[in-house]
Design a protein around this ligand. Structure first.
Ligand code: FA5
Length: 336
């Protein structure tokens, strides 16, 4: 066997290395000489076993030394090239036009949240929050909703599996709150009247959706408890709110209705171009509810209301379908 001329291979390598301009060229050169499959040096080193002892002794060390040398050379060259690119990029051309940065903006519901908060705060209401995972007690029993009420049905309420009951919830069944009214009880338990709060938040119902109903939506709860509170106080507050929120006076209508946690109870509708739209449930807090929360109902009284926040936003921004709020469609979101 004639053996290999490592010196010649080395010369070829360095000649080719002179023309290297990019990381791709380095990669190609590396593959050509050191590649695991067809690399020139790799092949030589693999075939050493077929050479005579004398050749092995000569070529083996030469090839190995050159392999190391080539690797080092290529590594250094690669580093050098990368630094060159970096240096080039670090030049800042202040006259170049800037890149447009996409700036997000608030979701229409968030805007409505903020606006509601501002209006009620200016009327002296405090903004409080309650948990979205509720116990059956706070969502139903404490609000006087009897166990045979249809709202407690499997088909209206999203119940949670409660195998791992935490001690905080004792033996309570858990659910996703169906309205924000449980916050009334939670707040009254821990605060003495006078009470003047609103509580906005998400609620969940196990129901089919349509243009004005979703299974997940937002409600705004309001509660005012003091000594001489009447429906007239409620009427003033809610008319004032609508006037400021819609920036115009819309006709409203009080319609008698039934909610077990108020007495009397009513629903409030807004007149929109001759069509009445149901906005909220409301009423004077039922004495039993006050007692359930630890308040003396012969001293304290007040009103409560719960309205759909999406419905407010739909009227304000003329949105035809409630499901658009959560559809994640940027063509919708970008209009606000
Ligand atoms: C209640 O949820 C009562 N907790 C309201 C209440 C509070 C009454 C305090 C008395 C005192 P209702 O189920 O009617 O009531 O819902 C209240 C408002 O939420 C409705 O008027 C409507 O604006 C909105 N709403 C109800 N269901 C949906 C739904 N599926 N999708 C969107 N909005 C809804």
């Amino acid at each position: 066997m004639a053996g290999y001329d490592i010196l010649k291979i080395k010369q070829d390598f360095y000649k080719e290395a002179e023309t290297v301009k990019s990381p791709t060229d380095i990669f190609n050169l590396r593959v050509k000489y050191l590649g695991r499959k067809g690399g020139i040096l790799t092949k030589i080193l693999r075939s050493l076993k077929d050479l005579s002892d004398e050749e092995k002794r000569k070529i083996g060390p030469e090839a190995n030394a050159f392999k190391k040398e080539a690797e080092l050379f290529l590594d250094n060259k690669e580093k050098e090239l990368k630094e060159k690119v970096l240096n080039k990029n670090s030049f800042i051309d202040v006259s170049r036009p800037g890149k447009k940065i996409n700036v997000g903006h608030l979701h229409p519901l968030t805007k409505v949240y903020f606006e509601i908060g501002k209006i009620f705060s200016s009327m002296g209401f405090e903004i409080v929050e309650g948990p979205e995972i509720e116990t059956e007690w706070y969502n139903f029993d404490a609000l006087n909703i009897p166990s045979d009420h249809p709202a407690r049905d499997m088909w209206d309420t999203i119940w949670l599996k409660t195998e791992n009951k935490e001690s905080e919830f004792k033996s309570q069944n858990l659910l996703l709150r169906t309205h924000t009214s449980p916050v009334q009880i939670r707040y009254m338990e821990n605060h003495r009247p006078p009470i003047k709060i609103i509580s906005p938040g998400k609620v969940y119902r196990h129901e089919a959706t349509d243009a004005s109903h979703d299974f997940e939506f937002n409600q705004l709860e309001g509660l005012l408890i003091d000594k001489n509170i009447s429906v007239a106080n409620f009427k003033y507050v809610i008319e004032e709110f609508f006037k400021r929120f819609f920036r115009q006076i819309l006709e409203i209508r009080f319609r008698p209705s039934y909610f077990p946690f108020v007495e009397p109870g009513f629903e409030i509708d807004l007149n929109l171009n001759g069509k009445w739209l149901e906005m909220m449930g409301a009423g004077m807090v039922h004495p039993q509810v006050l007692e359930n929360a630890g308040l003396n109902s012969s001293i304290w009284q007040g009103f409560a209301f719960g309205m759909g926040i999406e419905r407010l936003a739909m009227i304000k921004y003329k949105i035809p379908d409630i499901r658009l709020f959560r559809a994640g469609d940027l063509r919708f979101i970008r209009q606000f």
